[in-house]
Design a binder for this molecule. Structure first.
Ligand SMILES: N[C@@H](CCC(=O)N[C@@H](CS)C(=O)NCC(=O)O)C(=O)O
Length: 190
C-alpha cells in the first residue's frame, strides 16, 4: 500500500481492512483455523499472532516481567507516539486547522521527542553496548522503534539527542529483516 498515494483509501483495500490502515496480514489458508483465507489487522494483534504461530525466532523474552518490559517499550511508540503523528491525523491538522509543514514538523517533533526521551531512559544498557531496546536479540520493541525513527527523519527531528536509539538504529540497519523492510526498499517507493 502506498500511503503517499492514498492507495489504502480505495475500495479494494477497504474490503480487506474496513479501518483502511496498514498493516493487514492476509493469512494463507493453511494458517487459518478453518483452512480458508482470513485477514488480521492491527499490528499488536498481527505481531502477537506471528509470535504464537511462528515462535522461532522469538520477539519476546520468556520471563513474564521481561515480556511486560518489552511490551511497554513497544507501547510507548505504538500507543503514545505513532497514533498522533499518523497520516490521517496530520491531514486533518492541515485541512481543519491550516497547519503548514513547519507546524506539522513541530507537532510530530514534540510527540516523537517525548516518546524517545522516555525510551532512551528505559533502555537499560550503556550507550557503548546497546544494540537493541532490550537484551541481546531483536524484540517487539525494536520492531516498533525502527519505523518510528524513519518517521522522525521524515519530520526533520534531530535524532542526535538520543544516542542509544541511534545505536539501535545503526545496528538494526545491518540486519536483513530490518533493511529489507525499509520504506525506500519497497517496490513502489518512488
Ligand atoms: N493501531 C494500528 C495503526 C495502524 C496505522 O495507523 N497505520 C498507518 C501506517 S503506519 C496508516 O495506515 N496510516 C494511514 C493513514 O493515516 O491514513 C496498528 O497498530 O496497526
Amino acid at each position: 500500500m502506498h500511503l503517499g498515494k492514498n492507495a489504502h483509501l480505495g475500495e479494494d483495500f477497504k474490503a480487506i481492512n474496513p479501518q483502511q490502515l496498514v498493516p493487514a496480514l492476509v493469512l494463507e489458508a493453511a494458517d487459518s483455523p478453518d483452512q480458508t483465507e482470513h485477514t488480521l489487522i492491527q499490528s499488536p494483534a498481527i505481531i502477537e499472532w506471528l509470535e504464537e504461530a511462528y515462535p522461532t525466532p522469538p520477539l519476546l523474552p520468556t520471563d513474564p516481567f521481561e515480556r511486560a518490559q518489552v511490551r511497554a517499550m513497544a507501547a510507548v511508540v505504538g500507543c503514545d507516539v505513532h497514533p498522533i503523528n499518523n497520516k490521517r491525523i496530520l491531514d486533518y491538522l492541515r485541512k481543519q486547522f491550516g497547519a503548514d509543514e513547519a507546524a506539522i514538523n513541530a507537532w510530530c517533533g514534540n510527540w516523537i521527542g517525548a516518546g524517545f526521551d522516555a525510551l532512551e531512559a528505559l533502555i537499560a544498557q550503556p550507550s557503548s553496548e546497546v544494540r537493541y531496546c532490550f537484551g541481546t536479540t531483536p524484540t517487539l520493541a525494536d520492531v516498533y522503534l525502527i519505523p518510528q525513527i524513519e518517521s522522525a527523519r521524515r519530520f526533520k527531528v534531530d535524532l542526535s539527542r538520543w544516542p542509544k536509539i541511534m545505536a539501535i538504529d545503526a545496528h538494526c540497519a545491518t540486519l536483513a529483516a530490518f533493511a529489507e523492510a525499509a520504506p525506500a526498499r519497497q517496490p513502489d517507493a518512488a
